[in-house]
Write a protein that binds this ligand. Structure first.
Ligand code: ATP
Ligand code: MG
Length: 400
């Protein structure tokens, strides 16, 4: 019977946290594979997890799903036989027969030192068997097309032909929860993905200003959230904030070049207050240094100065090209490049300040009433959506 071997990789290095990390990973894997749970058996061992699948037809779909789970290092489809040289050679031959024409190499690891044949002897016997009984394979120890790995363990021998590289990183949830400021652009979904990679579960906050931003813009945000949901905790939240009142108020500041800076400070203030309520420990943005006029180090400083929580900016050092590469890999690119009406696009001043100063920002803020509006927005103008199994449902409107 075939099974999938799940290897943990980096997790093996993490001393005391190891057990916690591994149980989180297994929990995440079980959630991910819930639709197939009737046909799956999980068997834990020291450095890996074995997933027995009673229906071979499910093998590929299960593999695909596992490739969305952070904390998995690599995956193999493994077959097992008893520790008997003939049986090992026969299974290796069958696997070789199913391999594509070209070159192959055998790799043998003898973990069970009581097995009566050395690695070298196993290799010779198996290679001979394969070469005598197939016509499409030649040995190449340097650059083989197919590598057949044989691992003799205490209980049985495992044979497999490939190690599929998985996402690596850490299991989502081991680093707590963050709140990601998600726009409709390319950068913030990538930033969210990269944060999840280090084990942080992510909730999302999107600002809109209807009727200037259309229902289609919100739909776009929904699509992005659905696209990245597969990497996140099974259940998480999306908050959509109507920023209209605050934006109107921001029209009254004297120095309009500060409008975007102040808008970002308000975003961060609201994000801090919301984070406090939902117990998020960090704020995440898709800012990249120097990408646009508003993303200078001075601007970042003026934004940071209103935040109690750390602001994580995973793509701060990325070139646009590098960000796009990731967004294509995680399938958000196609959605991100759809036309999008952003909160600020109608309100961008002619000459936004590129090197804002904290005291200037404060002076501008003194000219408007924003504290009450921030509180009002937080209490009354945020819609909470629950995202579960890739479905988005407004909180309180769930049917069950
Ligand atoms: P993105 O591609 O993520 O939109 P960008 O290059 O367009 O980024 P900005 O528009 O300057 O950059 O925004 C910088 C960051 O601020 C975004 O990456 C996002 O984290 C946050 N942000 C901007 N607009 C919004 C919004 N409407 N709602 C929530 N967050 C936003
Ligand atoms: Mg943007």
């Amino acid at each position: 019977m075939k099974h999938i071997q799940v290897r943990y990789g980096e997790l093996t290095l993490k001393g005391n946290n190891r057990n916690f990390f591994i149980s989180k990973l297994i929990q995440n894997i079980k959630f991910k594979l819930k639709p197939f749970k009737e046909k799956i058996i999980f068997i834990k061992s020291h450095n890996s997890l074995k997933i027995d699948i009673t229906d071979d037809l499910l093998l590929n779909i299960v593999l695909e799903n596992l490739q969305d789970v952070f904390g998995i290092y690599s995956l193999s489809v493994v077959e097992e036989v008893e520790n008997d040289l003939d049986a090992i050679a026969n299974l290796a031959l069958r696997i070789a027969q199913d391999s594509p024409s070209g070159t192959f190499k055998l790799e043998v690891e003898r973990k069970d030192k009581t097995f009566p044949f050395s690695s070298q002897e196993i290799k010779q016997t198996v290679a001979k068997k394969i070469l005598q009984n197939t016509e499409h394979l030649k040995v190449d120890v340097h650059q083989p097309l197919t590598k057949i790995e044989i691992i003799v363990k205490k209980e049985s021998t495992q044979i497999f032909t490939s190690r599929i590289a998985a996402l690596k990183g850490l299991p989502v949830g081991v680093s707590g929860k963050g709140l990601s400021l998600l726009s409709g652009g390319i950068d913030s979904p990538v930033a969210s993905f990269l944060t999840m990679k280090r084990g942080m579960q992510v909730d999302f906050l999107h600002f809109m200003t209807p009727p200037h931003t259309t229902p289609e813009a919100l739909e776009k945000v929904f699509s992005l959230v659905k696209k990245i949901a597969r990497f996140n905790q099974n259940t998480f939240s999306l908050y959509v904030c109507d920023f209209g009142l605050l934006l109107q108020e921001l029209m009254h500041i004297k120095d309009e070049s500060y409008r975007i800076t102040l808008m970002r400070r308000m975003f961060i203030r609201i994000a801090n207050l919301l984070s406090h309520e939902i117990k998020a420990k960090a704020i995440i943005t898709g800012e990249s240094l120097g990408q646009v006029a508003s993303q200078t180090i001075e601007s970042i400083n003026v934004i940071n100065s209103v935040s109690q929580l750390p602001i994580i900016r995973p793509v701060i050092t990325f070139d646009k090209e590098e960000i796009i590469e990731v967004s294509k890999k995680i399938n958000t690119y196609e959605v991100s490049i759809l036309p999008f009406d952003d909160v600020c696009s109608m309100y961008v001043p002619k000459n936004p300040v590129t090197k804002p100063r904290i005291h200037r920002a404060q002076e501008q803020e003194e000219q408007i009433i924003w504290e009450e509006l921030v509180q009002h927005t937080l209490k009354n103008l945020i819609t909470h959506y629950i995202v579960r199994d890739g479905q988005i449902i407004e909180k309180g409107k769930e049917t069950e």
